[in-house]
Design a protein around this ligand. Structure first.
Ligand code: ATP
Ligand code: MG
Length: 356
């Protein structure tokens, strides 16, 4: 199989873990006989430095002309003082809008071999295995107006939570489809006791549920969901929710595994290529030291192989290679217990490659 992959390393550890991703893709192409072509583009702070904008047109064109996009991370203290509209993070918001990435998919899985690093008790997290599906192109993050006004000596502010019904439908339907390949349960999270948008969300979930008789639908208020996630995470299979709630809950769910460096994500496009990225940021505190854990990025590669290219066996091979090196005791510093000498980013990627 021949595929063209756009690689946007971005800033900080994004650059380092992207190299790890390519190491693994090369191993996959050797073992399974595929041809992957890589095209590189700039995004985030590095793009601002060179082009004065966090998402140059040609980066976007390069993504649109590829079969999938792999993204490292954007941002860092160097760009923190810039005005809002040219911050590195704007590059991310823009690429989501431009590629119409409507569903952000984050699997959260408990790994027995590194159970010690989760801040939660083993009896609570053991066996937890869920996917958080977050709506990504609507809601509060994109609603207009979003502004501050100052009139007659009084300051006031407004943000707008706006959704079209079809934006709710497509992400909820995605979650139901996903649930049919898993344990068959969808937990739809909202705040229907207060918000009109949530009432429409809940109705929409009920409508979609009627298309999927084999999937069980449950509604949960977001405040309760935040509590249940750390109290009894095993109850969840697929969680689906709107943009802001999903942002918060997916970060919360990431605690179950114990390190941001372990968690991949996929953002599903309505028409163009999907985008795959680790959930962590540019980790400025460890950037440039070859110390970041590349596993989140490598598992994102596995998601890409499965979801964009239909290469299920290859995806499983990557996931199994990760499990194997973890079981053998290989650790980067974020998942190492005290006294264990950690591997570098490169060494970890090489070990996973060798296991492949
Ligand atoms: P953003 O604002 O971009 O979401 P953030 O504020 O959530 O970023 P991160 O950059 O994700 O922060 O880093 C949070 C913490 O997790 C830092 O201490 C960082 O070193 C650590 N971390 C993040 N990614 C990794 C990784 N791949 N390997 C090891 N540690 C990581
Ligand atoms: Mg963050």
């Amino acid at each position: 199989m021949e595929k063209k992959i756009a690689i946007l390393p971005g800033d900080g550890v994004g650059k380092e873990v992207s190299r790890g991703a390519v190491t693994i893709l090369q191993a996959v192409s050797e073992r399974f006989g595929h041809t992957f072509q890589y095209v590189y583009g700039k995004i985030g702070g590095t793009a601002i430095d060179e082009y004065g904008t966090p998402l140059p047109e040609h980066t976007l064109d390069l993504c649109k002309g590829s079969d999938a996009v792999l993204l490292g991370a954007v941002g860092g203290p160097k760009w923190d003082q810039l005005p809002g509209h040219i911050r590195p993070e704007k590059g991310l918001l823009k690429i989501r809008k431009e590629l119409e990435l409507y569903a952000n998919v984050r699997p959260v899985q408990y790994y027995r071999s590194i159970s010690g690093i989760s801040p939660l008790r083993k009896e609570v997290v053991e066996g937890a295995d869920m996917v958080v599906v977050r709506e990504l192109t609507g809601g509060l993050y994109f609603g207009k107006p979003s502004e501050r006004t100052f009139q007659e000596g009084k300051a006031s502010v407004v943000d707008t939570l706006f959704y079209q019904k079809n934006e709710m439908e497509r992400v909820i339907r995605y979650a139901f489809e996903l649930a049919t390949t898993r344990s068959g349960k969808v937990t739809s999270v909202d705040k229907a006791n207060v918000l009109e948008s949530s009432r429409m969300w809940r109705e929409t979930a009920e409508e979609i549920a009627s298309e999927f008789p084999d999937v069980k639908l449950e509604h949960m208020l977001v405040d309760n969901a935040a509590m249940q996630l750390i109290k009894n995470p095993r109850q969840f299979d697929v969680i689906v929710t709107e943009n802001l709630f999903g942002d918060i809950l997916s970060d919360e769910a990431s605690v179950l595994t114990g390190s941001l460096g372990m968690l991949p994500s996929a953002s599903v496009s309505a028409q163009g290529p999907n985008l795959y990225e680790p959930i962590h940021g540019s980790a400025p505190d460890i950037a440039g030291r070859n110390a970041a854990n590349p596993i989140a990025m490598i598992l994102s590669v596995a998601m890409m192989l499965r979801m964009s290219f239909g290469l299920v066996e290859e995806a499983e091979a990557v996931e199994n290679a990760v499990k194997q090196v973890l079981e053998a005791g290989s650790r980067t510093s974020d998942i190492a217990s005290t006294g264990v000498f950690p591997l570098t980013t490169e060494q970890m990627a090489e070990e996973i490659k060798a296991a492949l």
